[in-house]
Every structure is written in C-alpha cells, then in structure tokens.
Write a protein that binds this ligand. Structure first.
Ligand SMILES: [Zn+2]
Length: 305
C-alpha cells in the first residue's frame, strides 16, 4: 500500500509536469519515425517555434486543439479532449487523484455527473509502465443525455436498434448521423490524451455485467490496485486482445497487435440503473501510428510480487 501511495504521488508529479501539450516531447522516437515516414523534407531547424512545426511533422492536426488549449487554460488538470462526430461527445478529459472528476466539473465544482476523466490507473503509467492502455471514463448521464450516454446510441444503432434503450431518453437513433462502426471512417475518432494527438480506431465493443468488476472493469482497464490485472508479458497482452476480440458485439475485422497503443473508453450500462454493468469501447492509435510499443516495451513492467 505504501508503495502504491508513493507511486501515486510520483505519478501525480510526473503528470503535473508531463501531461501537457509538451508531452509529445516525451516520445522523441515516435516523432522521429513519423518525420522520416511522412515528411522527408524536414524544416524543423528553420522554424523557431516547435509547436508551430508539430502538425507538419506528423501530418495530423488535432481538430479540437484550440478548444483543448482553452480548457487547459481554465484548468491545468485537462489532459486531453475527446470528439466523436455525429454525437454530443465533444469534451475535455480531466485527470485528478483517484476519481476526483467523477463528480466534479472542469471548475472543480461538485456536480452530480462529473466530467469525462482519465481513470485512476493514469497514475500508474510511469510507475508500472502500463501506459499502453490509456483509459477514459465518464458517467452514463442518462437524464441529460450528456457525457458518455451517447456511446450507448452508437452501440445500439450499430446493433440495429431504432431508439435509445433507456426509456426516459428514447431518442430516435439515426444511422445516417451516428457513427457507422462498419466503416473505418465511422469507427475512427479524434482523441487527444496525455500528449498524444491522434485518430483512434475501434476494434472491439461490448456491454457486460452485472457484478463483474474483476472480470470486466479491472481486467479491461489494467487496473493497478490489484497487480494481477496488469499484463506482465507480451503474451498476456495478446491474451487480453484475444479476449476483447472474442467478446466484441461486432466483428470489426481490425488487425490488432501487442505493438499497438490502446485506448479504452467506458461508461456504465443502460440496462439497469446502477454502475454494475459497463459498456466498453477498445481503440488503437492509427494516425499518426504509434511506435512506442514496437518490440514489446511491455517487458519493462516490474511485478509487485
Ligand atoms: Zn439515449
């Protein structure tokens, strides 16, 4: 427990320093390879402002960069932004100790639904080396229809349903507007998290539970509080991938490997008014392609014993 606490403090310090727009500088290898692949004529040396040159290096510009920067000026706990076209999911991602933002807004004011926030295991990224699976959660705000409620609309319309299953919402689900997960365009979303500005492709999605915290929530998010939920080897990661592919309610046919950078989104279920069921979306970084875990950086994980 003491070790965990120390880790949280250390990670909090790291994140207060590192999880900013400058966070891209933490992955020099990633940026270097991207430069080689996409822009042979590098103009970095002739440009004094590194922020201005960054989009040219990657060929990718995060479409909500301005909004994200404004939000970060409002609260330095903003560590990213999530934008899903065809939905009202267009929010800053906050990070605070434990579940600080699960019931607070961006101004740190208490409210009933909280914010979109990165998971507790954000604090473990540096300590445990589990940054291969970034996690973003938000409440299924059924009454207001905000935060991650419309993840359910995406799920339901892609499973052929015509109206939201939550009876108090009941919104008509328009397949022409909501993301079509059967196409790469529909299932690839712009999300910035912890210095990674990128497009991420959904490769697995399902709703599960109830009463499966260990098997679903902790396992899916590589939860740090119990060491057994953190993959120790590349084979562990492969088994996790295989499990998620097998559980997915749609066969996306997306190729997934242990070299991928993952992002797991989740919210509570619609099929009962509790937090006991959860809806998960598993994504991988596709543009720019991450090279961070190429060759299995996962071997750097130290077991807590
Ligand atoms: Zn709804």
């Amino acid at each position: 427990m003491k070790r965990l606490f120390t880790g949280l403090i250390a990670a909090a310090m790291l994140f207060s320093l590192g999880c900013t727009p400058a966070g891209a500088e933490q992955n020099p290898d990633e940026m270097m390879v991207t430069v080689i692949e996409n822009t042979p004529l590098v103009e970095i040396e002739s440009t004094p402002n590194p922020e201005a040159v960054a989009p040219e290096e990657t060929g990718y510009v995060f479409p909500r960069a301005d909004k994200m920067n404004q939000a970060r000026n409002q609260n330095s706990d903003v560590v990213g932004w999530i934008y899903i076209p065809g939905t009202n999911i267009d929010y800053p991602i906050l990070y605070g100790e434990k579940w600080y933002y699960a019931d607070r807004d961006i101004n740190m004011e208490k409210n009933s639904i909280g914010s979109v926030y990165s998971h507790l295991n954000m604090a473990s990224y540096e300590e445990y080396g589990v940054s291969q699976n970034l996690v973003v959660a938000a409440q299924n705000a059924r009454v207001s229809g905000t935060l991650f409620h419309q993840l359910h609309h995406i799920q339901e319309v892609n499973l052929g349903q015509t109206n939201c299953a939550y009876r108090k919402c009941g919104m008509k689900l328009d397949p022409a507007v909501l993301p079509d997960l059967t196409t790469p365009e529909g299932r690839t979303w712009d999300i910035s998290i912890c210095g990674i500005d990128a497009r991420w492709e959904v490769w697995s999605m399902y709703e599960g539970g109830p009463n499966m915290k260990e098997e679903l929530e902790y396992y899916n998010t590589w939860f740090i509080l119990h060491d057994r939920h953190i993959p120790k080897t590349e084979q562990d990661v492969q088994e996790w991938i295989d499990d998620q592919l097998e559980r997915s309610q749609i066969d996306f046919g997306v190729e997934v490997s242990t070299s991928d950078q993952f992002l797991t989104l989740y919210t509570s279920g619609d099929n009962k008014d509790s937090d006991e069921t959860h809806l998960f979306f598993f994504l991988k970084q596709v543009e720019p392609v991450s090279v961070k875990f190429k060759g299995g950086l996962i071997s750097g994980i130290q077991s807590e014993g």
